[in-house]
Design a binder for this molecule. Structure first.
Ligand code: ADP
Length: 259
């Protein structure tokens, strides 16, 4: 008899003393300087910080899209930093979902085919009840047979959200998911992401530079110059904006001192 033990305890994703160095010599950039963070299961975490502070690098390292220079990343009970190419492919296929700024839908496939593609690649069958729940949640029932070019930006991003949600991954990583949307469509998408955390226990990690987008999260982690420098819980947009202004002032002051 095979017994499957699931470890629901512990964070969905964890970084321990993660360093990321690009290039070498004069061209060397230290993008992450010893980042340690636990991203709680069933929570919505936003990563914020000034441009160039290391947000995308951290997300890519957490998601197994980029390797770290030093330190450890875990997703659930998988140590990402120990995986080879095949292991990383399995991790991205089975444990993580992505929502990108540019939607990244396949233009020749319908909305429904796009949504089901990751499961098809993984050889998994969709759970029909869950598929229906996701489709109704994101309001795509009457758009399932449209191709991306026949959909608005907001609808395309809803397809991308459904594609990520339908596989019930351990973590969904969203990279500026509202960056290409008007504020109304952006609010819709953020609402779906928020509800999938609240109603279905999905874990979401989102990189954004928008304080309003971050206010949908349970927790905001602030990066500056490759380090975590602050965090907020249950934030509103004003509090996020205040902290960001502080970070910019600190960064400018530190830069001036170095001159
Ligand atoms: P953010 O997402 O906060 O804007 P990034 O993570 O994109 O910041 O970048 C952090 C730092 O690492 C920046 O100085 C950036 O120029 C540098 N960087 C990012 N990617 C690369 C790369 N592929 N090669 C060299 N430097 C990079």
């Amino acid at each position: 008899m095979r017994v499957t033990v699931t470890t629901a305890a512990g964070p969905a994703a964890r970084a321990v003393d993660v360093w990321k160095v690009y290039g070498s010599g004069e061209a060397q950039v230290i993008a992450l300087r010893g980042v340690s963070v636990d991203l709680a299961r069933g929570r919505f975490t936003a990563i914020m910080g000034p441009s160039g502070s290391g947000k995308s690098t951290l997300m890519h390292c957490l998601a197994g899209l980029d390797n770290v220079t030093r330190g450890t990343i875990t997703i659930g009970d998988t140590t990402v930093t120990g995986l080879g190419d095949a292991g990383l492919t399995r991790l991205r296929r089975d444990k993580v979902g992505f929502v990108f700024q540019q939607f990244n839908l396949l233009p020749t496939l319908t909305a429904e085919e796009n949504i089901l593609l990751p499961l098809a690649i993984a050889g998994r069958k969709p759970d029909p009840t869950w598929f229906d729940t996701v489709i109704d949640t994101v309001g795509l029932r009457d758009r399932l047979h449209h191709r991306p070019a026949q959909l608005s930006g907001g609808q395309q991003q809803r397809v991308a959200c459904a594609r990520a949600l339908v596989a019930r991954p351990e973590v969904i990583f969203a990279d500026e998911p509202t960056g290409n949307l008007d504020s109304h469509a952006g609010a819709d998408v953020l609402g779906f992401l928020r509800n999938s955390v609240r109603d279905h226990g999905q874990t979401i990690v989102m990189v954004t530079h928008d304080p309003v987008a971050a206010s949908y999260a349970d927790r905001v982690v602030f990066l500056a110059d490759g380090q975590i420098v602050d965090e907020l819980h249950d934030p509103d947009a004003e509090a996020v904006l205040d902290r960001l202004k502080n970070l910019d002032v600190t960064a400018v002051t530190e830069g001036a001192e170095g001159v």
